[in-house]
Design a protein around this ligand. Structure first.
Ligand code: SAH
Length: 252
């Protein structure tokens, strides 16, 4: 996947370092820096530890045109819509398209300088413009924080999508109907032994229990554990009752 973060004339090396860190956090690897006020590899990696692979491979360009020469899809970023008519988009809406375009071509996401943002000429090179929603009273984000939020949305839409969340070692996939039915039978047996249904209707209680568990998406391992709670209660109570009935009344 080819997505480059392009920093246009960054004025503060600390912001470059923080932007690189955000890229590393969100799994972006390609950095292009255009005409920076300063660029010192050792200082940047001194601030953003373990980012050498990104910083050492970074491209330094003299102009934005040069930086974007090979890009097939260019996305600008801006704190506020300017007067000119442009394709303004929110990162969350545009992220899937950016990922798609990165499959077949080279995508560049351009960030402007801290004091002035991107000029109109720079935005003219962009196919679409991302605006991160912010308070209208204070719309302008710190450069590196803007890089973080855009990278985060790309991560959420791609590698960090909800179905890519870590599943525990024990997670066995969703329980089947027969596993669930066995669990309910075990719970009902345990509750019955504990005389839970003496004052309550088993059918209504079990329906509520089913409704509650129905919302949870239990996996096969969890279902087995809950079933064994039910069986254990039943077996233990049966053993206790057995012992009690074995004691003759006159000795009790
Ligand atoms: N004073 C400048 C602010 C530049 S902030 C201006 O008004 O444009 C530096 C860069 O961070 C911007 O050029 C843009 O790339 C990014 N940025 C800051 N806030 C942003 C926001 N709300 N949405 C998208 N990008 C933003």
């Amino acid at each position: 996947m080819s997505i480059a973060v392009v920093l246009h004339q960054p004025q503060d090396l600390v912001n470059i370092a923080a932007a690189v860190r955000a890229m590393a956090n969100m799994g972006l690897e390609r950095l292009t820096v255009v005409d920076p006020a300063e660029f010192d590899l050792r200082r940047i990696t001194g601030i953003a530890h373990r980012t050498e692979p990104i910083v050492e491979a970074a491209t330094l360009a003299g102009s934005l045109e040069e930086a974007l020469a090979d890009a097939t899809y260019v996305v600008g970023t801006s704190a506020r819509p300017r007067t000119a008519q442009r394709n303004y988009r929110r990162p969350r809406d545009l992220a899937p398209r950016i990922l798609r375009r990165a499959q077949s071509g080279s995508v560049a996401i351009v960030f402007g300088r801290e004091d002035r943002g991107l000029s109109n000429e720079a935005l003219d090179l962009c196919h679409e413009v991302l605006v991160i929603p912010t308070s209208p009273e204070y719309p302008s984000l710190n450069l590196a924080q803007a890089v973080l939020l855009v990278s985060y949305e790309l991560f959420l839409a791609g590698a960090g999508a909800p179905d890519a969340l870590p599943t525990g070692r024990r997670s066995l996939g969703p329980a089947t109907t027969s596993e669930l039915e066995e669990m309910y039978a075990a719970l009902e047996a345990g509750l019955d032994r504990a005389e839970f249904f003496k004052a309550r209707k088993a059918e209504s209680v079990m329906r509520i229990v089913r409704t509650v568990f129905g919302r949870t998406g239990l996996d096969a391992h969890e279902v087995r554990l809950i079933a064994s709670i039910g069986y254990q209660v039943r077996n233990r109570l049966e053993r206790l009752e057995g012992r009690r009935s074995a004691i003759p009344d006159n000795e009790g």
